[in-house]
Each structure stands twice: as C-alpha cells, then as structure tokens.
Design a protein around this ligand. Structure first.
Ligand code: ADP
Ligand code: ZN
Length: 294
C-alpha cells in the first residue's frame, strides 16, 4: 500500500508517500503561495505516485463535517488568499479515498501510531510555533465535535510577572496563543524567540502559561499523555522541567493518577523529528481508505 500524505501548513506544503510502518519516501516541499498554483503543483505531485489513498493534515480553521457543502474547505483563516479554498475537492480527480483533518490532529495521530505515544488512546498534542494548536485523540478517535478543538485559544489567567499588558491575539487579550506563541515571545521580549538564550524569566513565564493550558486540558479531556512540539519547543531542555514544575504546583495534588505522579513521562516532547504531521497525514489517508472499504 502507498499512502499519500500532505501536511498543509501556513508557510509550506510538505508531501510524501508513506508506507504505513513509519517510513516516508519521495518527500517534496513547496511554499504555501497562490492557492490555485500551489494546489496544481500538489495535484501534479500526487498524480504520478500510484497512491492508494491520500491523507491531508491541514492548517485551519477547516470544515470537517462530511455532510456540509463546504466539507474539505479551509474556512476563516487569517491567510486571506486561502479563505474558502476547497482542499479536498482539488484531489478528487485522483480517484482515491481522501482523508482530511487538522494539522495537529495529524500530529497526535502520528505520535500515537509511530512515536512516543504509541498505543495511547487519549492524548493531546500541542504545537507552539507561529501559532498554537491542539490535536486531540479521545478514546482512540480524533476529536472534532462542533468544529475541531481550538486549544490555542483557551483563556489563561495572566501572571503578574508578565511585562505585557495583554497577549497578541486580535480576538482575546489572554489566550494561550496570544501569550505563548513564537510571535508572542518576540512581542514580549523584543527579540526573536530563537535568540532569547538562557534568560530564566523568559522560559519560566512561558512554562507557567503552558502549564496553565495543560491543567485546563487535563480537567476537561483527561488525556493520558501530553506531547509538545512546534518551533518554540526547540527549547525543550529549558521548558519541559519548568512546565512540569508549574503543572505540579497548579494541580496542587488534586488529581492523583500514575500519570500525574510521573510527569517526566506524562508531559513529553515530540519524538518524530518534526515528521509527526506528515506520518499522521499518511494515517489519515489510511483511515479514509479503510472507511471506503466498508
Ligand atoms: P509554524 O508554526 O509556522 O509551522 P514552527 O513550528 O517552526 O513553524 O514555529 C515557528 C516559530 O517558532 C517562530 O515564531 C520562531 O520564533 C519560533 N522558534 C523557532 N525555533 C525556535 C527556537 N530554537 N527557540 C525558540 N523559538 C523558536
Ligand atoms: Zn485567541
């Protein structure tokens, strides 16, 4: 079987053919430029790859309701040229089953199929990068609900130590994305997140906000593992110990499980070297293929 995989991101599109065992071949990347032109390049890439199905893990917000007239479209993205663009429809002429989900749902599926979360049925994957997204696997299924989780926009009590008066999200003064994304770090400290070095106050505040968000997800979703990725998590050595310490303090002994007793294995970094989204996209394709056989 050849599983086509497309990780559709706001800055670049990554395509590959997956083998369903964690292997990736024919990787190809193209910028997320003009939608018509970009979609044509992507179609042409997959057209001669003899794929049995295609899985797409896409930036959003996106429409995931199969009976909606705009199923498979990107909807209200801030990337204006990509608003209301029909992604799934672009690949219909390939004649293979096409699966479609969020980029972060792709990542949670990739990590729970091939990575550190293998076998975990309830898992939250977070990406903290240009934005902040949360993918959720609940009882072994990707969570969609009304739309899909928008975990970056949970509202967090602000720290009195924060030099910013409000976060940078245009919609919310104090959501997780507006307080913790790479651009939020730059707005707060005046330099690119990459160049913030070892400044303790920087990573302590970042970890505090991330721990607040994790506490909220714990209480509502009861995950058995948190997996953290994205550009900001390249600082994992500095961040993870601090996130765990703040998490323990904020939890204040309330939930007592084997996971909360062992935070080193409960709150972890991505394990697939930034291939989790692509491998997850391949799995999204496999699930679409299986559904089409029923
Ligand atoms: P995207 O979210 O666009 O897919 P990334 O996950 O790579 O891309 O996130 C990019 C963001 O991560 C940028 O805002 C950048 O400042 C931040 N970032 C990238 N590398 C690092 C690093 N080593 N340390 C801290 N922040 C970083
Ligand atoms: Zn917000």
């Amino acid at each position: 079987m050849r599983y086509g995989a497309l990780e559709a991101g706001g800055t670049k599109m990554v395509c590959a053919v997956c083998d369903g065992k964690g292997g990736i071949s024919d990787r190809f990347t193209t910028p997320t430029a003009d939608p018509k032109e970009t979609l044509r390049i992507l179609y042409d890439y997959f057209a001669d790859k003899q794929i049995d199905c295609l899985g797409i893990a896409c930036f959003g917000p996106i429409d995931l309701h199969p009976d909606s007239p705009t199923y498979g479209h990107i909807t209200s993205t801030p990337k204006l040229r990509w608003q209301n663009v029909d992604i799934v429809g672009n690949f219909r002429a390939l004649g293979v089953p096409v699966g479609f989900d969020t980029d972060v749902n792709g990542s949670v599926l990739g990590e729970t199929t091939f990575g550190i979360g293998r076998g975990v049925k309830n898992c939250v994957y977070l990406t903290i990068g240009t934005g902040f997204g949360a993918g959720v696997l609940s009882e072994g299924r990707l969570l969609h609900g009304m739309l899909h989780p928008e975990g970056g926009h949970v509202l967090l009590p602000m720290s009195p130590k924060d030099p910013m008066e409000r976060g940078i999200c245009p919609f919310h003064p104090n959501c997780a994305e507006g307080l913790t994304s790479g651009p939020a770090l730059k707005a707060r400290w005046g330099v690119n997140a990459k160049e913030l070095g070892d400044r303790d106050e920087v990573w302590d505040l970042e970890a505090f906000y991330l721990a607040e968000a994790l506490i909220d997800y714990t209480m509502v979703l009861s995950p058995e593992m948190f997996i953290l990725g994205g550009g900001v998590m390249h600082q994992r050595e500095k961040l993870l110990p601090k996130i765990r310490a703040h998490y323990r303090e904020l939890m204040n002994g309330y939930i007592k499980t084997k996971q909360t007793a062992d935070l080193d294995h409960y709150i972890v970094a991505e394990s697939l070297n930034d291939n989790q989204g692509l491998l997850g996209a391949g799995e999204i394709g496999r699930l679409a293929y299986e559904a089409a056989q029923r």
